[in-house]
Design a protein. Structure first.
Length: 154
């Protein structure tokens, strides 16, 4: 998955190009991504398994999320109704903290080994990895600034 995300970051200029790279990439497990473009303010969700690949548009209904939240991509394996309830429950505008809370159990799967929240407007991102006792979403998130990291490489 890390290599796939790297390829998207290096080669895709649009959401459509990013989706196509992910569609062509090998899939060995189930994963869920939200791809966003800070310039166009557009986002889509991707729900993929080794044999399936779904693109979910903002506010679109899905069998796992029958009551979508307007202008929002919410998704999860089997527990998307929890995400939908959270979205319907007043979280109309997400900040980094409320978005991270939304990614916790039961929305995050029991096998949640890696969680990342990326803010395309500011190029900030937060990363959490599972440890011996907790799923990723219940461990410490580390904050990074992509613009700063790229500047340091120059």
């Amino acid at each position: 998955m890390a290599q796939l995300m790297r390829e998207v970051m290096e080669k895709a200029s649009t959401i459509e190009e990013a989706v196509e790279i992910m569609r062509r990439g090998p899939r060995t497990c189930e994963y869920y991504y939200v791809i966003a473009d800070g310039n166009t303010k557009r986002a889509v969700g991707i729900a993929a398994t080794p044999t399936t690949f779904e693109v979910i548009e903002p506010g679109a209904p899905h069998p796992r999320l029958p009551h979508p939240v307007k202008d929002t991509v919410l998704m999860s394996a089997g527990t998307a109704t929890e995400a939908g309830r959270a979205g319907e429950g007043g979280l109309r505008k997400f900040d980094a903290e409320s978005a991270r809370r939304l990614m916790e159990r039961p929305v995050a799967m029991k096998s949640n080994i890696h969680s990342v929240l990326f803010a395309p407007d500011t190029l900030e991102f937060w990363v959490a990895n599972a440890d011996a006792k907790n799923v990723a979403s219940h461990t410490r998130y580390t904050h990074y600034d992509l613009q700063e990291l790229l500047t340091e490489l120059r």
